[in-house]
Write a protein that binds this ligand. Sequence first.
Ligand SMILES: *Cc1c(COP(=O)(O)O)cnc(C)c1O
Length: 395
Amino acid sequence: MNDDWQDYSFDTLAVRAGQQRTHEGEHSEAIFPTSSFVFESAAQAAARFAHKEEGNIYSRFTNPTVRNFQQRLAALEQGEDCIATASGMGAIMSVCLGLLQAGDHIIASRSIFGSTVNFFTGIIAKFGVETTFVELDNIEEWQQAITKNTKLMFLETPSNPLMEMADIRQLADLAHQHDILLCVDNCFCTPALQKPLTLGADIVVHSATKYLDGQGRCIGGAVVSNHDFLHNKVLPVMRSAGPSMSPFNAWVFLKGLETLNIRMQAHCSNALRLAKWLDSKDMVEKVYHPGLPSHPQHELAKKQQANFGGLVSFELKGGREAAWKVIDSTKLMSITANLGDVKTTITHPATTTHGRLTDEQRAQANIRQGLIRLSVGLEDVVDLEADLARGLMQL
Ligand SMILES: *Cc1c(COP(=O)(O)O)cnc(C)c1O
């Protein structure tokens, strides 16, 4: 990151960091939809290709709009640098392809995004990289899973959909005692609420598709880390495997970052209000939200995060029938598995995001049939309560 930025605070960086105006003097960031770049001369082309001169060659490697997004996100995560990717899965893939080789070992939290589990067990496993899954908040289990081949520890905190949390500092210390890198998928909190690199993590990955965009428009991702890791491990994957972000998407994400903090604070305040409201209802067995004092890691949430996040899950006493009734009675909320949008989304994890698990795996993960997940949006919370009340009253 440009050293000049270090004096500025989060909200200023979110609006300003990374912009380099062109000679046209545009106020808003420019979009550069160009696949390649032209050179002054054959000699300059040769110098760029030989890495003797910095500069753009081809948008699979670098692009000015993408670079702008990368610098802004790096500034917000307090990382040295960032590489943007075509999707969140593209970010996770790029970290793994860049870092690992056959024989290496990953330790991952059991409570991570379904496609990440599939990537670890179905894709990277084919190339001889093995993954051990452990309980997110059980430090002994992480410790016991370490082998001499372990290169990467991977987690999300808070987890989806039950909002379990890990102490990032504690896991980073454990990882570093064994020369292992700790990678945190910071999709749920975003840097507005949690900065894993400042807590000792080595790598942050993002699905920009979620809160960074915030309005459900584009698919994208990013890896934030130190310059050497990105330059030596991730950039070669971008160059030769090509999961690059499009300039148009980068521009949408730049606009998303400008309002990230105020959106996140509003998501958090709506979510906490809805969590408390649900907690007061008889038909609700349990509410999962780190902002409730009843959450087993409420204290850790207060210490590790700037706020409690925009997701709320709750368990109904009446099982699947009750859950589907509440979901189907909503008129406002969107029935979809996506999250991190200004529009509230409502999901039945047991039959969608976690539908491919066996009954036993689901039981182990505590995903019961009565569970509903909300990604609380920015509608008026009174209208959201009314939307849920319609179904709850029928139970
Ligand atoms: C959505 C998501 C991903 C994958 O991101 P895509 O942009 O959909 O590829 C990874 N991790 C988490 C936590 C997610 O929610």
